[in-house]
Design a protein around this ligand. Sequence first.
Ligand code: ATP
Ligand code: MG
Length: 428
Amino acid sequence: VRCEVVAVGTELLLGQVVDTNSAWIGDRLARAGVDCHFQTRVGDNIERIVVALQMALGRSDAVVVCGGLGPTPDDVTREALSAFLGVPLVRHDDVLARIRELFAERGRPMVASNERQADVPVGATVIEQRRGTAPGLICPVGAGGSGGAGGGEGGVVYAVPGVPREMTEMVERVVVPDLQARMGERAAIVSRVLRVWGEAESALAERLAPRLGALDQAGNPTIAFLASGMEGIQVRITAKAPSPEAAGALLDAEEAELRSLLGERVFGVDDETMEAAVAGLLRRRGLTLAVAESMTGGLVASRLTSVPGASTWFRGGVVSYAGEVKFDLLEVPRGPVVTEPAARAMAEGARRLLGAGVGLAVTGVAGPGPHEGTPAGTVVVGVALGESSEAVRLRLPGDRATVTQLGAVSALDVLRLRLLEGPPASRV
Ligand code: ATP
Ligand code: MG
C-alpha cells in the first residue's frame, strides 16, 4: 500500500509554521510498512487542495490530509473533500452533539462557526475527536466508493486536524490500523544508523562500493549516507519485511556485513555519540579518565560530562591554555607545545594530577593564522594509558570554530581506538 501526505495550510507555505506533521506521519507510515513516496504542502484554497488530492490518489492508494478542519473560514478541507469526491456535505447531528459536549466539558461557549465541524461528505465516516473539537474523516474513493466505512478496492482519504497532538492521536488510533487492515499482508520498514568517524563520505562510499552494488541489485535492504558534520557520517540501513522481527534480522545481517568493511571506524549505532562510546569502553575496562585541553578550551570535558553517570569514570580536566600552565602545572618540558612530546606530557600530567587511570590531551592551532610556524588546523592528541603514552598528529579542515569542534571529537576518537586495543591497563 502506498500512502501520501497532503499538509494543508498557507502558513506552511509561508514558512511561519514548519511542517512537522508530514515528517511525523512519514515515520509512522514507514514503521507500519506503508510506502510514502510523496508529501505535498498546499495552501488554504479549495481548488488547489482538490488538485493536490487528485495528484496524490492518481499515483497512490491512500492519502492522509492534515489541517484545515477547524471552524474558521480559512479551514476549507471539508469543502475541498466534498468537491473532490463530488458529494455534498451533510451536517451530522450526533457529531454536533459531541462537539457541544466537548465545549461544555471545557466550560467554553460554542459559537455558531463550530457547527461547521459537524459537516461530513456523504459516504464518509467520522473519526471521533478525543483531544480537540474537530472530528477526523475517512473518505472512501472510487470502486466501492460511496459504500461507507471500510471502502472497497478504490482509494481512501483520511482527513485529520492540523494541531499536532490531535493529529498524532488520530493517526495512531485509527489511520495506521485502518491502512494495515487494507494492506492484508503486513510489512514493517525499519532503519538502523551506523555512525562513522575518520573518513570522508566519498572514501566511505568507495570502501562500501562492492556491497552497495550487491544491495542495489537486491533492493532490500537499502543503504543511504548522511554527512552530519560534527557527528560524523551516518550510514543508514533500511529493511522491509513482513514483521518488525524479520526486518530486524535483515538489519542485523547487513550491519555485520558493513562492519566487516568499516571495522573500527564505526563508533556508534543510532543516537550513540562519540562520548557515549568512550564512556562505554571506560566502564567496561573499569578505568577513570582525566583530560588536559589547550586548543579545545574545555570542549572535551564538556562533551564527556554530558554523558549520564559520567562521575563514575570522569575525574576532571585542566584547561592548560597558557604555555606556563602546561610547563608549571602539568610538567610539560619547556619548548614548542603543538608537538607529540608535549601532548604526551600533557596527558601524563593530567592523569597524575587528577589521579586517573587514563590521561587524554589535546593541543593544536585553531587558527585563523599559523602559530609559531605550525599551520592552522594542526592538532596533536596525547593518550596516557597503562605504562605508555602516545600521540597522534592530525590536520583538520575549516575555520577556528570548526577546527576546535572537530578537534574535540577527534581527540575522543583517538582515545576510543586506543581503548579498543588494550593492553589491559592497571586499574585506578
Ligand atoms: P483547528 O481545529 O485547531 O483549527 P485545523 O485542522 O484547522 O485545526 P489548522 O488550522 O490547519 O488545523 O492548524 C492548526 C494549527 O496546527 C496551526 O496553527 C499550526 O500551529 C499547527 N499545524 C497545522 N498544520 C501543521 C503541520 N503540517 N505541521 C505542524 N504543525 C501544524
Ligand atoms: Mg484551523
